[in-house]
Design a protein around this ligand. Structure first.
Ligand code: KIV
Length: 266
């Protein structure tokens, strides 16, 4: 049992305390992020891009995710570990159960699924079987080929209405957390207010209940040389990686990250 549980995160939301979450893919960085004070470690399938050098997350396998989850577990010091279900590893219910079994047995405390309203059924069945789910909405990178690129989602009234409805439906189905990626700041604020579960943002403005960044991005490391608008390089002004991780946690807690310039308009 981690020190940080879903109850901890719920209580933080209720008290208006911001949740700090970072990706981690190995034991050493998991330990460093915990020492900096993050509540949640995300074993993200972004590892396909930042560790494996692919141009999307699609080549990542469930076995990759289990391997990195087990490594993160060995470095963890009490954070809640969330692991991504990789592309096509939850296309059917049978696959979903098998993949979640692998990840939870490797050390995850929660899994993250990308999608929209269709996730309601798997989320309900997983929650009943002891697998808490974080639903990832907005720019869901596994749908990059459907979206035609990594593009902001939820712009315009029709898309915004759909996103609000998806968030409500997935909370009702039993999602224990929401992650909103690259959605207009105002819309994210509205969703965070209208659901009871914690909402973590990345490129979703300052009003969500917490923030997540990809570790390599916030350390100023980029294979492609392209830095997303929502990223701040926390190595700036810091003499060490540990200092940068601590600066991220402090900035999330005191609300100075993200600034308005890191968000998107409707
Ligand atoms: O895979 C990942 O690292 C993620 C973050 C972008 C939130 O899902």
């Amino acid at each position: 049992m981690p020190d940080v549980t879903l109850l901890t995160l719920q209580a933080m939301k209720q008290k208006g305390e911001k949740i700090a979450m970072l990706t981690a893919y190995d034991a050493t960085f998991a330990r460093a992020a915990c020492q900096a004070g993050v509540e949640v470690l995300l074993v993200g399938d972004s590892l396909g891009m930042v560790l494996q050098g692919h141009d999307s997350t699609l080549p990542v396998t469930a076995a990759d995710m289990a391997y990195h989850t087990a490594a993160v577990k060995r470095g963890n010091l009490g954070a809640l570990i969330v692991s991504d279900l990789s592309f096509m590893s939850y296309a059917t219910l049978e696959q979903t159960f098998a993949t979640c079994g692998m990840l939870m047995q490797a050390g995850a405390h929660m899994v993250k699924l990308e999608g929209a309203g269709w996730l309601a059924e798997p989320i309900r069945l997983l929650a009943e079987r002891g697998v808490p789910v974080c639903a990832h909405l907005g720019l869901t990178p596994q749908l990059v080929n459907v979206f035609g690129g990594f593009r902001v989602q939820g712009r315009g009234e029709a898309q915004a209405r759909q996103l609000r409805a998806d968030a409500m439906a997935l909370e009702q189905a039993g999602a224990a957390m929401l992650l909103l990626e690259c959605v207009p700041s105002e819309l994210a604020a509205e969703i965070a207010q209208s659901v009871k579960i914690p909402v973590i943002g990345i490129g979703a403005g300052a009003a969500t209940d917490g923030q997540v960044l990809v570790l390599h991005d916030m350390l100023g490391l980029s294979l492609s040389g392209r830095v997303p608008k929502f990223v701040r390089n926390f190595m700036d002004g810091q003499g060490s990686i540990q200092g940068a991780l601590g600066a991220f946690v402090s900035a999330v807690r005191d609300g100075s990250f993200p600034a308005a310039e890191h968000g998107f308009s409707a």
